[in-house]
Design a protein around this ligand. Structure first.
Ligand code: SF4
Length: 368
């Protein structure tokens, strides 16, 4: 029987033979340097490849080097990041660019790890891809394919398990560090898919993989029970006056520093009428949700002091973050005067200059 190291060694060779012919043609795999790898790796954290594909090229057109990014304003960076979510990454990326600009490119894993926004996985990926270092990058995808390959029933959420797999990979890391690192990512993204649906007939490891040979692919990876997300309720006001819309900068919490439509934690409100639809809400007095808006908004809400507050439309939406879920009810409302607590801008200015997070996308649709 082969040892785990022998299996991993054989798997590394098979992966390197498979990868060049099966790699997807992704924009960040062309013209690579340290800075572009850093940009792509931070963008890809917790974000789908398809979403990153759209934004990566435009981002590099705007900020082609660390110097341009380091010298940009925060608002410019946020605007270029719009739609990618997890905006802390954009701030970290700019901080990292400032470090590169001031101190030059790091040459070791430790130096890469010191950059803002770079954790163990990202440091491994950048070190392998941009610096040619034998530094494994182990995330949930890599743990999935390795636990299947070795039929390893360890709980993959345990940091000690991640550490063990990192060390096992380090032992067999080949000289082709970039292809090996990307090959593992590619196999996890295109073949050894999550949710018990791996495409084993297309896998270069199908003669080696213990889970596949025993028909138990779905048993791996073994996960700890998930924590439930916290639900937060939010009331969102898209206020319009003289063809402009009210925005404010978010002061704290999730999405801090980004532009948003005025919103608040709602006062207690009756539950929605059974069967009520978005259209019902827009129709006003006949619906309890909408009447809650009209009664509360003027005396306790963000429209306080705005003469002629008049609801034009209302709807519900939700946005799911990693640990929090926003349950939102929002209204488009006309007001007679521009409340000085907000910035008042046209739809065109919002599109061009103001980064409004996709959490508010359902309500952005009213702005045109
Ligand atoms: S053979 Fe199947 S389960 Fe095993 S690594 Fe390949 S795709 Fe995953």
């Amino acid at each position: 029987m082969q040892t785990e190291t022998e299996i991993l060694q054989a798997a590394a060779g098979m992966l390197l033979a498979w990868y060049p012919a099966h790699r997807r043609d992704l924009p960040w795999r062309q013209n690579r340097n340290f800075y572009t790898v850093l940009v792509s790796e931070l963008m890809l954290q917790q974000t789908r490849v398809e979403a990153v594909k759209e934004r990566y090229v435009a981002f590099l057109e705007k900020f082609p080097t660390e110097e341009e990014l380091a010298l940009a304003s925060e608002d410019e960076v946020m605007k270029a990041w719009e739609g990618l979510g997890y905006y802390t990454r954009a701030r970290n990326l700019q901080k990292a660019a400032k470090t590169l600009f001031a101190e030059g490119t790091p040459r070791t894993w430790v130096g890469v790890k010191r950059l803002a926004g770079v954790g163990d996985y990202t440091a491994g990926a950048i070190s392998s891809i941009a610096l040619g270092l034998k530094e494994p990058a182990v995330d949930g995808n890599v743990l999935r394919i390795l636990t299947r390959l070795l039929a390893d029933g360890s709980v993959v959420d345990d940091p000690a398990v991640k550490k063990r797999f990192t060390e096992m990979l380090r032992e067999v890391y080949p000289d082709e560090t970039a292809d090996f690192c990307e090959g593992l990512m590619e196999l996890g993204a295109t073949v050894c898919l999550p949710n018990g649906a791996p495409l084993c007939d297309r896998c270069p490891w199908n003669t080696l993989c213990r889970a596949h040979l025993s028909g138990e692919e779905a048993r791996y990876p073994v996960r700890a029970q998930k924590r439930a997300r916290r639900v937060e309720n939010l009331e969102v006001f898209v206020l319009t006056c003289n063809g402009k819309y009210a925005l404010r900068k978010r002061a704290d919490g999730l999405l801090k520093g980004l532009w948003e439509f005025p919103n608040r934690t709602p006062p207690p409100c009756p539950p929605p009428t059974e069967g009520a639809s978005d259209r019902d809400l827009a129709e006003g007095a006949s619906d309890e949700d909408s009447s809650c808006f009209t009664e509360e908004a003027s005396d306790r809400g963000l429209a306080e002091g705005s003469a002629g507050f008049r609801i034009l439309a209302a709807k519900r939406a939700k946005h799911v973050f990693t640990h929090v879920e926003w349950q939102m009810i929002g209204c488009l409302a006309e007001v007679a005067e521009e409340d000085p607590r907000f910035v008042w801008v046209t739809a065109e200015e919002i599109r061009r200059e103001y980064a409004v997070p996709s959490a508010f996308k359902a309500f952005s649709q009213w702005v045109h």
